[in-house]
Design a protein around this ligand. Sequence first.
Ligand SMILES: [Zn+2]
Length: 288
Amino acid sequence: MPELPEVETIARRIEPDVVGRRIIAFESEACRHAVPSAAEVRAAIVGRTVRALFRRGKLLVFELSEAGRPLWQTVHLRMSGRIEWEVDGRPRHGYTMWRFDQGPALWFCDSRKFGRVTVTTDLEKTMARLGPEPLAPDFTAARLRAMLSGRKRVLKPLLLDQSFLVGLGNIYVDEALFRAGLDPRMNTAALTDQDIGRLHRAIRAVLREGIRYNGTTFDWIYPEGNMQAYLRVYGRKGRPCPRCRAPIARIVVGQRGTHLCLRCQDTDADSVPRRSSPSPDRQSRDQQ
Ligand SMILES: [Zn+2]
């Protein structure tokens, strides 16, 4: 599933060729793609010019506001969504399409059809239930500490919860927790201020690195990234931990497959391997 770095990469790739173009057609064959319906989305957006395109959480947001008439279209790629320009006819699994006053059509390809396209006249309200952006300047360690204050949740599921913090999915949560040296199964009530500081740095570092490498290619659904070469635990079951060489384990946490080093991420109170090094990230990178 595309996470923050993948959606950011897609937004940056298509933005130059979408902004400034007027939408002249919208078609959707996937019965659930367009919400509430293809006809209603079409009626709202056709004739509008794309003023801006950006990412919020895992959503692509097209700003279509016109003098006094605010409008945004949001696209959620969900499990298997891809965004492709039409090159040679309709692409594989292309179910939803935008045509512009110039240039090729844009396709939302989605083999599992879990994606969603919707429109809103109140973006703030639509986004109200989303947590903060982890790469925003105001997402500080102090803010994360305040967000965690009083919570008693299992760490990994909380980080996957988009109402707590946006953008993280299974890959980047596992990577961030490894880099922070935290057990995904631990209760957030047991996090020390030091843990939170490391977690904050790790989340931002892993997302920035993901963006730098255009996201993670996991299969044909998302073929454009190189971050998979830099993952330290995700998808590496049985291979040596880049820090301690113990084999990476795969367990299930909150019904999600979870990759971790049971030695480096052991947060059992009696055997906490709190690293004293201020930059474990750099250290493990050097070892790779
Ligand atoms: Zn290890």
